[in-house]
Design a protein around this ligand. Structure first.
Ligand code: PRP
Ligand code: ZN
Length: 283
């Protein structure tokens, strides 16, 4: 049985649960339980505060955990980063009151900056040789300037709405972060095998999201050009149409160059292009 820790509420909660679901793992969690057991995969899920997850994984209370890379960097625990999950993208930034004149890092000298990320902030300020006072607090950082607790803050920014509603503006980006899967360094052989199974599934889900299945009709004299655009998993599938001189082509296309490929396909006389999402993809 592998034990995974995920955030109990907050930015990563929903996406973490969704990922497990897309991996075919079903949980019998009544709302707001501390623990849930999967009934079709050897996995036990612990719902914890994200800031505590690195410690729990380090101690082996949980074997693996889903956490923001920012938290991992702040807590500097000796645990492995096994997989970048690609969701929960955000940045750790310094923000100041909207009315403050801000030109450069120099303007932070002598100011008091409130944060829950004192390790990362300290390192950043030292590296930039900015002498400012770090005021470590454990939450609700965004209200610190408004109540006179600090002059500036250093906190996570995702949509930016928290800053906006608190009359703050982002002035420096310290690092960019996303959700990652971490693991204890001393997993038993048995647990490693379960982790490998889980990773195979996560990878299949993620690869599928990055690709689309595409079907189209094309005149045979253009097939070579079209194959060069759509190499597919091994090579494209080609089926002759009832109409002489035409074929149906099936392949996969990467999300990133999707529109560019579509435009070129049209130049190569492709017609009846159909694009379908892929649920799982094992390469
Ligand atoms: C972060 C941060 C802000 C919010 C920013 O909290 O502390 O409150 O997200 O997001 P926005 O730019 O979209 O408004 P997080 O979800 O990490 O929870 P935590 O600080 O309680 O761990
Ligand atoms: Zn947190």
């Amino acid at each position: 049985m592998l034990k995974i820790a995920i955030q109990k509420s907050g930015r990563l909660y929903e996406d973490s649960i969704r990922l497990l679901k897309e991996c075919g793992i079903e949980l019998n969690n009544g709302n707001k339980q501390l623990k849930a057991v999967a009934f079709n995969f050897p996995l036990e899920v612990y719902f914890l505060r994200d800031d505590d997850i690195p410690q729990y994984v380090y101690d082996g209370v949980a074997d693996i955990g889903i956490v923001g890379e920012n938290v991992l960097l702040e807590k500097t625990k000796d645990i492995d980063l096994v997989y970048r999950l690609g969701f929960g993208r955000c940045r750790l930034s310094i923000a100041v009151p909207k009315a403050m004149q801000y030109e450069s890092l120099d303007d932070l000298r002598g100011l008091k900056i409130a944060t829950t990320y004192s390790t990362i902030l300290q390192e950043y300020l030292s590296q930039k040789q900015v002498n400012a006072e770090i005021h470590e607090i454990s939450g609700s950082v965004e209200i610190a300037p408004g109540i006179g607790l600090a002059d500036a803050i250093c906190d996570l920014v995702s949509s930016g709405s928290t800053l906006f509603t608190n009359g703050l503006k982002e002035v420096e980006v310290i690092l960019r972060s996303e959700a990652v899967l971490t693991a204890n360094k001393n997993l038993s052989e048995e647990k490693k095998q379960v982790l490998d199974k889980l990773l195979l599934r996560i990878n299949a889900v993620k690869t599928a999201k990055n690709n689309k299945y595409i079907l189209l009709n094309a005149p045979n004299h253009q097939l070579k050009n079209i194959f060069s655009l759509l190499p597919g998993m091994k090579s494209p599938t080609v089926v002759p149409l009832a109409e002489a001189g035409w074929s149906s082509v099936q392949s996969v296309v990467n999300e990133n160059d999707f529109w560019e490929v579509i435009e070129k396909l049209k130049q190569y006389e492709a017609q009846g292009i159909i694009v379908i999402p892929i649920e799982k993809m094992i390469v």
